[in-house]
Design a binder for this molecule. Sequence first.
Ligand code: SF4
Length: 560
Amino acid sequence: MENQEIPLIPVRMLNEYVYCPRLAYLEWVQGEFLPNADTVEGKIRHKRVDVGNHRLPEPDAVSADRIHARSVRLGSSQLGITAVIDIVEGEGNVVTPVDYKRGKRPHIAGGAYAPERVQLCAQALLLREHGFECQRGFIYFSGSKERIPVEMTEELIAETTHAIEGLRCLVKETAALPQPLEDSPKCPRCSLGPICLPDEIKFLKTHQGEIRPIFAMKETAYPFYVQKAGAFVKKEGEQFIVEYEKEKVATARIVEVSQVVLFGHAMMSTPAMHECFRREIPITFCSYGGWFLGHTVGVGHRNAEIREFQYRTSFDAAKCLQIACGIVAAKILNCRTLLRRNWKVRNDEDINIPQELLRLMKADAESAKSAGSIESLLGIEGAAANRYFQNFNRMIAEKGGGVCAFDFSGRNRRPPKDPVNAMLSLSYAMLGREWTIALSAVGLDPYRGFYHRPRFGRPALALDMMEAFRPLVADSTVVTAVNTGVVRENDFIAAAGSCNLTDEGRKRFIGVFENRMAQEITHPRFGYQISYRQLLEVQSRLLIRYLAGEIPDYPHFLTR
Ligand code: SF4
């Protein structure tokens, strides 16, 4: 960023910078934001403060009147900072800023931690710059209802000006994301921990260190599917209401919705869409049969730097090949694991999965890792896929008398001709949709990939990223749906050479897919519990860290 392009620094960012320079860079330069309990409570608290008089009198209009102004907005190009001060109180031209904080006061020297003290001091400097006298301020801790005085000492002023200069230099001169803190107690409380991934980065760089489950938080929101043709989604207060022929048929609390999925002719009102945009809830549109047609989001992700890294790598043929080799090898190894775990013994001689098949698939993965060109990689991938799908039937249980619940003799599509292929196609479409949304949500462009070539409307990066997850999520969903009897033969309609699930069958199949996405597994590298849906986000963020050069390789996901 050129000098003159640096906008005024919000004093809130000085707080972040003193807490951790990487946090300030992620938030201010890259526009990253994740709400957590602190930020949500902070917003509510500021809403309460943000009422009443927002203006300060002129400092030279000498008066004995008491000053009490809320949410006072000040800026100074001389200082290079701007602030919205919660409360300014005083008399005449002697004023005191009051900054509201959540939680209880810490019992430490100075009454508050350095980030809060620096933020308050910056507010005091702004008030001085605007002609007021300001020797002290207060931090009000709402948790313990205490006002802590902070004196504007020479030392604190020097610390504050040093922070302003430090943040300006970080943006202006280095223009690079600072390294994460190491084993810092600040990270578990940091709102951007799940974006920063400090422990995961350290582990992937050094293969050492304990990984605290900063990311692995519980999921609180889920996709909201609306399948019925003619169903209409509208917003009422804090709920989405689904109506069909003017009758209310379903409701969902908006805070519990992670995405809205509209099938076929299901519709949504403009106010409901606006609410989704405001809350960054993606709306995805699928055909009647469940094909992903597109999705719409609010203003989209603001971090252009991420896409810059992605595009730069996508034009580097050697790096693309390296990533593609890893993608294909991971997919083959995960297919092998799925076969190994789900192999069904058919008769007495047939005790377990043939070792030769396992050996061949391992050899396929090894060949993929060292393929010399995309063309030869495609050949290896094709051969491994044939081997896998020739044996796919062995994961499907018999329905009795040695007869398999569903016949499957190989992969076919466009259109799928039998029930298993119909389920595989739908499952891949849903997984592709999940990846497209996950990649867009973290700021990547799902349409520019490294292995799959860009073609009109093809989410190439989503297709790249889903390869390793096809067996683990999509194929596994099909195997579970069949073997548990959730989907049966009479859940399909065959017409004009194509086979499709009925409405009822599709509904149950989507249920199995969603259960799989919500299923928690132990991360094989990081050791914490995480659902597949969260895993998609972690992998997307790790891809960013790789593209930005923070970790030497992209860690493809391999299950044991
Ligand atoms: S998680 Fe830790 S290293 Fe990362 S931004 Fe937050 S405080 Fe800094």
